[in-house]
Design a protein around this ligand. Structure first.
Ligand SMILES: Nc1ncnc2c1ncn2[C@@H]1O[C@H](COP(=O)(O)OP(=O)(O)O)[C@@H](O)[C@H]1O
Ligand SMILES: [Mg+2]
Length: 257
């Protein structure tokens, strides 16, 4: 499994050339993304912003290999995504990328531990190894005391931390979040941002979709989409580190070998 820090910080982990995504409509073709060129290096901390409908989720779904581009080239970890089979992509996605959604997407009737073990189901490893990795991921998000809870017994912030642990359990180099704090109050948002700050400091590449200025201010680079095109791509010199102190468990540096 790849370590988040195994690439030099000037090496691209994501490279999009002329990416287009279009949908056939009744009498014309609708372009959700047009000629998007974007390179993201290892350990960058990027916000994707833009108005509703500007193509942010479409872009994230392509980055996460959840959806193919209509044209253009997407290289993930130096591999041309379009040239691989669905099965290979599923493996690449599982190992390289952790995806976090606004609505958490947890299995409601499964425990926190089972939810976090889910991405490991298809791995050839013992149940006890899976459990150990899930417990480590839960430790990284400060939820070691909630492993047996059900999602509906947790607060929104805790649910999102479970979802982050589920994204982390395979130790992916890249963490993608599509409006990961969109359903959270402002205090909980700061807590979750502190966690992303920490994952960034531990070597992960972080890419977050947001329309909240406060979140974009945390990130070191802000890419703005308008009508499916990159309108601006700026470094954020004044990126604010989080003021929030992460829960006690989160201060540990857990790296898997
Ligand atoms: N499956 C689809 N079929 C047709 N149009 C779609 C589909 N998915 C998204 N779109 C359109 O693409 C545009 C971009 O959508 P999206 O990426 O979800 O925007 P954002 O996340 O920035 O709000 C929107 O106008 C949306 O209606
Ligand atoms: Mg969206």
């Amino acid at each position: 499994m790849s370590e988040p820090t195994n690439k030099a910080s000037n090496e691209p982990v994501i490279s999009l050339s002329n990416i287009t995504k279009h949908y056939p409509m009744a009498d014309e073709t609708f372009y959700a993304l047009q000629n998007v060129n974007l390179t993201i290096n290892a350990n960058e901390y990027v916000a994707i912003t833009g108005p509703s409908g500007s193509g942010k989720s479409t872009l994230m779904n392509i980055l996460g290999c959840l959806d193919p581009a209509s044209s253009g080239e997407y290289r993930l970890d130096d591999q041309n995504v379009a040239s691989h089979s669905e099965a290979y992509l599923a493996t690449l996605r599982n190992q390289a990328v952790g995806f976090i959604f606004q609505s958490f997407n947890l299995l409601p009737r499964a425990s926190v531990l089972t939810n976090v073990m889910q991405p490991l189901v298809y791995r050839l490893m013992s149940g006890s190894s899976r459990k150990k990795m899930a417990l480590e991921a839960l430790d990284r998000v400060g939820l070691s005391d909630k492993v047996n809870s059900l999602p509906n017994q947790l607060s929104g912030g805790q649910r999102q931390r479970v979802a982050i642990a589920r994204a982390l359990v395979t130790n992916p180099a890249i963490i993608l979040g599509d409006e990961p704090t969109g359903n959270l109050d402002s205090k909980t948002t700061l807590e979750i941002m502190a966690l992303f700050d920490q994952l960034h400091a531990q070597g992960h590449t972080i890419i977050l979709v947001t329309h909240e200025q406060e979140i974009a201010d945390h990130c070191h680079r802000v890419v703005r989409l308008v009508d499916g095109q990159i309108e601006s791509d700026r470094l954020n010199q004044r990126a604010k580190p989080s003021q929030e102190t992460p829960p006690q468990d989160q201060t540990k540096q857990v790296m898997h070998g």
